[in-house]
Design a protein around this ligand. Structure first.
Ligand code: MG
Length: 271
């Protein structure tokens, strides 16, 4: 029997089939090591470390068990509160919904109304249990500083047999640098990021001071004054493109309903 679809439905099917083929081709490119680490072996070499982008052979950071999860951390007295558990007014309109003291990811990113450069940022995130498949969505979200520089959120608890490439695991500078150690709590528990970020400086269209970041994951130091080599990118090296000295903060929507609470930021004046 021939089915007759209206033109918009045909277009929809073509797009879906096209994406399906692209997804199959991309999956075919991926490899998995004997240790269960998934990644790519045809991506460019990262010039600062000589591993490939999303290299599954890159050493896995060792696991450090963090202290048990605690109550939400109160904002410091001079912090700008971006989310107190209820109020989403510091953010641009989106499909993300606040309920029960947290906000869960919706379609697209959550983008702050205010722009920031150098800053200290605190936020808490929660990866729900039961989102182990597909691997690419296993707790995937992220903190996009200045909309360009991603500290990855992912469920990288060592209890899983299969792990994503180290430069894409939780607390990695995505696609660049894994955390010094893996400090994940299990899905179903609140986790914290405390981030100190020094914005990049541009002169005459070139970066003259790269961005620098220090990150604590669940109270464990995972980056110390780590250089960021450019804007976040997947399977390619993006480098820097000049942008404003202050840009919005973004939280990434990536198919997994990751929750956030207690988000506050202290703009810094560093010389
Ligand atoms: Mg992400």
């Amino acid at each position: 029997m021939n089915r007759i679809y209206p033109i918009p439905a045909k277009l929809f099917l073509c797009i879906c089939l096209g994406w399906g083929i692209v997804a199959l081709l991309e999956a075919a490119e991926m490899i998995e090591t004997q240790d269960g680490v998934v990644g790519y072996d045809t991506t460019p070499l990262l010039p600062w470390c000589n591993y490939r982008k999303h290299d599954p052979a890159r050493p896995q950071p060792k696991y450090v068990e963090p202290a048990p999860a605690a109550e939400p951390t109160a904002a410091l007295s001079d912090a700008i509160v971006l989310f107190d558990g209820n109020d989403l007014s510091p953010w641009q309109p989106s499909s993300w919904k606040a309920e029960n003291g947290y906000v869960a990811t919706g379609k697209g990113h959550l983008v702050s109304k205010q722009s920031f450069g150098d800053c200290q940022l605190h936020l808490e995130f929660y990866i729900p249990e039961g989102y182990a498949e597909p691997l690419s969505d296993r707790g995937n979200s992220g903190v996009l500083l200045m909309e360009h520089y991603e500290i990855q959120i992912f469920d990288s608890h060592p209890s899983y047999k299969q792990q994503i490439y180290p430069d894409g695991q939780c607390a990695a500078i995505y696609g660049e640098t894994p955390p010094m150690v893996n400090a994940c709590r299990k899905a179903g528990q609140w986790q914290t990021y405390d981030i100190v970020f020094k914005a990049p400086v541009f002169e005459e269209g070139n970066v003259c001071q790269p961005a620098i970041v220090t990150v604590f994951h669940n109270g464990v130091l995972v980056h110390l004054n780590t250089e960021i080599h450019g804007a976040v990118s997947w399977k390619e090296i993006a480098g820097y493109k000049p942008h404003l000295p202050q840009m919005p903060l973004q939280l990434q929507g990536h198919g997994c309903p990751v929750r956030f609470r207690s988000i506050w930021i202290r703009p810094l004046k560093m010389k």
